[in-house]
Design a protein around this ligand. Structure first.
Ligand code: XIL
Length: 370
């Protein structure tokens, strides 16, 4: 028995010696170098270009407009969380959506955005309580007296502002109340007709009464670009006095317009009045006038666009902190821009292309913060 074990041990030892010898022979001459363990983590598409998130680089609120359907798209959501610190509903908080018929409110889409902003610690800007272009037809054709109309609008503003009290940081109260005719600065709308020429003041008062802490803006287009309209906006806020906290300039601009100096004039006049500045609704057109035949964004136009983004961010970045509200971009990807329908020509006005790639415009934004 002992011999048997001894024999087995001898055989086992021989086997071991052979295996070890083979191993060392192979390890020195034939064994391939160890295969590296593959990195099984899928690349994060957001990290590929290696550009930092806008909101991390900026010392002010960087805003994005959002349509509710975009909250169903995980990629959009990821970028909104990553780059932006403020949100504006693209249409969800307009009267034609929130108040489809008298006494019946539709807060669903607005709630979804406000919930999203809150869950992600993002500032929420309300846009817009009154806007002639988003007025439901039952309001346009209101059958009651002027007093009943006024009671109805007061009730609407009070209801909406109260509902979002403490959750919506700021409101555009009346959007685009000014006309483009310097001779007749107040645009004629159902509101000016039925509430009277001081209706902007009335609306601000109702909003203020509903939430004394909410920041109230007057918001309009071309007030950075056209001197007479800018002056009309300044006159309007001067008249509103304490009932307004800030001035929003819709930045639907072009690569060649408005000039840096006129944007600066808007900023300076707003700051001099002690108001907050919102450069709202930023998009930069490239396919303009005689050039509107572009079928794709050329490198040269992309560069011009980058420079315009940079210029606008530089101007905003230099505003004293207490006067900075937000710089809001009006859409995420080029193919989602409202301008496509509005102008009916190809356009690439935003920071991301359809494939979610950063455009030079994004780099321009970052450079403007330097
Ligand atoms: C546009 C939205 O982008 C569209 O989705 C909507 O259908 C119409 O309104 N000035 C404004 C914004 O104040 O509310 C507008 O937004 C663009 C012009």
């Amino acid at each position: 028995m002992i011999t048997k074990i001894h024999q087995m041990n001898t055989l086992a030892r021989l086997f071991l010696v052979l295996v070890t010898a083979t191993f060392f022979a192979c390890s020195e001459e034939e064994m391939p170098s160890p295969t590296p363990i593959p990195d099984v983590t899928p690349p994060d598409p957001m990290e590929e270009p290696g550009l930092p998130p806008l909101k991390d680089e900026a010392s002010f609120l960087v805003g994005m407009t959002v349509a509710t359907d975009k909250l169903d798209n995980p990629r959009n959501v990821e970028i909104m969380r990553r780059d932006f610190s403020s949100l504006t509903g693209e249409w969800q908080m307009k009267m034609n959506i929130m108040y489809p018929s008298q006494g019946t409110y539709n807060f669903g889409p607005a709630d979804e955005i406000v919930d999203f902003a809150e869950a992600n610690n993002i500032n929420m800007h309300g846009h817009a309580l009154i806007w002639h272009s988003s007025t439901p037809s039952w309001v346009e054709n209101f059958a009651g007296s002027d007093q009943e109309f006024e009671d109805m609008i007061k009730d609407y503003i009070t209801t909406v502002v109260t509902r979002y009290k403490g959750r919506v940081a700021s409101w555009d109260v009346v959007n685009e109340a000014l006309s483009d005719d310097p001779g007749h600065p107040l645009r004629e709308t159902v509101f000016s007709r039925r509430l009277g020429p001081d209706y902007v003041r009335k609306c601000h008062q109702w909003a203020r009464d509903a939430d004394p802490d909410v920041i109230l803006f007057y918001n309009d287009y071309n007030i950075a670009g056209i001197q007479s309209k800018r002056q009309a906006a300044f006159d309007l806020v001067d008249d509103l006095g304490d009932l307004v906290d800030g001035l929003g300039a819709q930045m639907h601009v072009r690569v060649d317009w408005p000039s840096r100096s006129s944007i600066q004039e808007f900023v300076d006049g707003t700051v001099a009045r002690g108001l907050k500045v919102h450069l709202s609704e930023l998009d930069v057109r490239t396919n303009i006038e005689d050039d509107a035949s572009l079928s794709q964004l050329s490198d040269a136009k992309a560069e011009e666009q980058k420079n315009k983004y940079k210029e606008i961010v530089e101007v905003f970045n230099a505003i004293p902190e207490e006067n900075q509200y937000a710089l809001t971009v009006w859409g995420l990807r080029d193919n989602e821009s409202w301008l496509l329908d509005f102008w009916g020509v190809p356009e690439w006005p935003l920071l991301y292309n359809e494939d979610y790639d950063y455009k030079p415009a994004y780099e321009g934004f970052l450079e403007g913060l330097q």
